[in-house]
Design a protein around this ligand. Structure first.
Ligand SMILES: NC(=O)c1ccc[n+]([C@@H]2O[C@H](COP(=O)([O-])OP(=O)(O)OC[C@H]3O[C@@H](n4cnc5c(N)ncnc54)[C@H](O)[C@@H]3O)[C@@H](O)[C@H]2O)c1
Length: 332
């Protein structure tokens, strides 16, 4: 240990513990594996973390400390300059509150792309086939199930990607292999090389003309409930919805209504408005494929994500900057 600075790990580290311990040659290491928001905040107030320069915020740490909202950011130590978050989504960190305090944040984009896109395709195919009925029936000795219905092919269907970032582009690449036509909407069109042949359309056109809609945009105040009754009303009859981004992007009761009316043929969901609660209307609807937020749940991806957090942490200590700083701060 060659510095009076410390790194604080909140929550667990599973696949790169050895690499975390090796960081002990750069700064001292502290851990807060378990506890409560109250206890964590009182330790902050009591000065227990006064030398902490960088936080490793594990993916499950929100269960320990609750969100890093204004209230919590206000008690973080003055010494803290970097938060390295394990996850591509960082909606449980108040970015503005951190920026005001001069705290830089890194997330783990790119490392999550393939695994999450694989799950989106899994959900899309499952939803197109309305797989829930035969999937459950066969294990219960009911073969294809009483309500078995035919599904649809992806071939020649229009896939609309809302949020053509890392995961959206990985979904598009995979969907092309199934013979789908790809269109997308982002706040700005991508350079042609990044769009990979996908057509840029307006938000409204994406709603009106997609056969399958894949949600791949980040959650922030402007994207909360971006898909609501008004948008479902605009969509083609029999549209398929896939959400691997964040639950609150969709107004869940509006989705339940659209499924019940038949406007939406089926949906494939990995994320929900109030995880781990799932709207009863989604659970009872056999046209919905449900997964419990497992987009990145592979051994390879979990290790890659932990290593990327540590690479950010080391960059912060050595060069006072981050490798994958969140876009809201990186563009400033
Ligand atoms: N299900 C899972 O386990 C899982 C895993 C990883 C990521 N995610 C979620 O997926 C989201 C996307 O991840 P990513 O790595 O591709 O992020 P990214 O930042 O690379 O891409 C997000 C894209 O959304 C676009 N966007 C933002 N606001 C928009 C708007 N209002 N309209 C249209 N486009 C908009 C951005 O321009 C960007 O291109 C994350 O924010 C995260 O919440 C979920």
């Amino acid at each position: 240990m060659s510095s009076s600075k410390a790194a604080l790990l909140i929550g667990g580290i599973t696949h790169a513990r050895k690499e975390w311990e090796e960081c002990g040659s750069l700064l001292s290491l502290k851990e807060y594996p378990d506890g409560s928001r109250e206890d964590f905040m009182s330790k902050c107030r009591n000065g227990d973390f006064n030398d902490v320069f960088v936080i490793y915020r594990s993916n499950d740490s929100t269960a320990v400390t609750g969100p890093f909202n204004q209230e919590l950011v206000d008690v973080l130590p003055e010494s803290l300059k970097f938060i390295c978050h394990n996850g591509a989504g960082y909606d449980n960190i108040d970015v503005e509150a951190c920026s005001k305090r001069g705290i830089s944040i890194a997330s783990t984009p790119v490392a999550v792309n393939d695994a999450t896109a694989d799950v989106a395709i899994f959900l899309m195919l499952g939803a197109l086939r309305r797989i829930t009925i035969p999937f459950q029936a066969v294990r219960q000795g009911g073969w294809r199930g009483k309500n078995f219905k035919l599904g649809h092919d992806p071939k020649n269907k229009v896939l609309g990607v809302l949020g053509m970032g890392g995961i959206g582009r990985a979904v598009a690449t995979r969907a092309k292999a199934f013979g789908m036509k790809i269109q997308y909407h982002n706040r700005n069109p991508l350079p042609e090389a990044e769009a990979g042949g996908a057509e840029y359309v307006s938000f409204d056109d994406l709603m009106k003309t997609s056969d399958v809609l894949s949600l791949n945009l980040s959650l922030n105040p402007s994207t909360r409930h971006i898909i609501s009754k008004q948008q479902f009303d605009m969509m083609k009859d029999g549209v398929v919805i896939v959400n691997t981004a964040r639950g609150p992007i969709i107004d869940e009761p509006a989705l339940v209504d659209a499924l019940e009316s038949g406007k939406v043929f089926s949906a494939g969901l990995d994320v929900y408005e109030k995880e781990p609660e799932i709207h009863p209307g989604l659970i009872k609807n056999e046209n919905v494929v449900l997964l419990p937020h497992i987009g990145t749940a592979t051994l390879e991806t979990q290790r890659d994500m932990e290593l990327l957090v540590l690479d950010n942490l080391k960059e912060a200590v050595k060069h006072n900057k981050l490798i994958t700083q969140i876009p809201e701060q990186a563009k400033k």
